[in-house]
Design a protein. Structure first.
Ligand SMILES: [Zn+2]
Length: 296
């Protein structure tokens, strides 16, 4: 089984599924803690998916993009939740209503004709994003979706969504604080999602001893894995680990070697079965050093 040139589409799916925020969302779908993501009208009139935002720690816009990308890959199934009127020029769904008898009719039309036109076409609306003016009946319908998990993809995703419950339980039994998936606020104020975070003493809000990201793929993982470097730069964690199955591409490895100053350690595992034991070994060894350091 040599390394093959991977089609673009396939590696896009990989890049999407390798994200720990996406993994957190899919795990929530697969273990049944969420069954459907329904749209909710946000404060500024946009449709949001608060549950998905909370699980992934992503912004409203990024959340919507991820949900659409997952639907595009048929991992999520879209269902029309509602359809709303939108501006035919820019798609905006926030309007002001101009009252028919207060605006001056165009020079070519009498007030009486204007009233008939408005009777046929509906109210005159002004969209708030682009200030476009149009009649209600000229507006377009914009579909707003709910998202469900495509049960047919469960087997495929099982490969990606590794079950690390055994190692989490083993670490917790030592009295350490473990969160998985873990959301940690970076120095920038941005919240990042990691596959796992450990604190040997105290709690994770005060000190993080290690953050771990795990990527499982059916092919060598490309530079998309480097997102951990960006996240790692932003969070205060003593050690940052990346476990990759089955391994990194040469290019990705070279980049990691170059950026190793950010305390990111990479372990390439041949298969998924090695992950739990490798993770336990590493985190237990790290505890010896960390706890010693704390005591001195
Ligand atoms: Zn508009």
């Amino acid at each position: 089984m040599g390394v093959e040139i991977t089609p673009v589409e396939k590696s896009n799916v990989s890049a999407l599924l390798n994200r720990s925020d996406v993994q957190a969302l899919l795990k929530a779908f697969m273990n049944g803690s969420i069954s459907v993501l329904k749209p909710v009208i946000g404060q500024n009139g946009d449709f949001t998916y608060p549950e998905a935002e909370k699980i992934m720690g992503t912004s409203t816009r990024v959340t919507r993009e991820i949900l659409e990308a997952l639907a595009g890959e048929e991992i999520l199934v879209r269902e029309i939740a509602t359809a709303i009127l939108a501006c035919p020029y820019c798609g905006c769904n926030r309007f002001m209503v101009e009252l028919a008898d207060t605006y001056s009719p165009s020079s070519s039309r009498s007030k009486a004709i204007e009233n008939i036109v408005s009777g046929l076409l509906g109210k005159r609306l002004i969209c708030l994003s682009g200030r476009h003016t149009f009649y209600e009946n000229e507006g377009v319908s914009r579909k707003i979706y709910s998202y469900k998990f495509n049960q047919n993809k469960k087997e495929l995703l099982g490969k990606w969504l590794l079950d690390i419950t055994p190692v989490i339980e083993a670490l917790r039994s030592k009295g350490w604080k473990v969160e998985s998936p873990a959301k940690i606020k970076g120095k920038s104020g941005v919240e990042h999602t990691f596959s796992l975070a450990v604190s040997y003493k105290g709690d994770l809000k005060e000190s993080v001893d290690a953050v771990v990201d795990i990527i499982v793929s059916d092919m060598l993982v490309d530079e998309s894995a480097l997102s951990i470097v960006l996240k790692a730069m932003d969070v205060n964690a003593a050690k940052k680990l990346l476990l990759v199955v089955p391994g990194l591409t040469d290019k990705a490895r070279a980049l990691f070697d170059y950026y190793n100053t950010f305390n990111v350690h990479v372990l390439e595992c041949q298969n998924v079965s090695q992950i739990n034991s490798a993770l336990f070994e590493i985190l237990a060894s790290l505890a010896k050093i960390r706890l010693k350091t704390v005591q001195i």
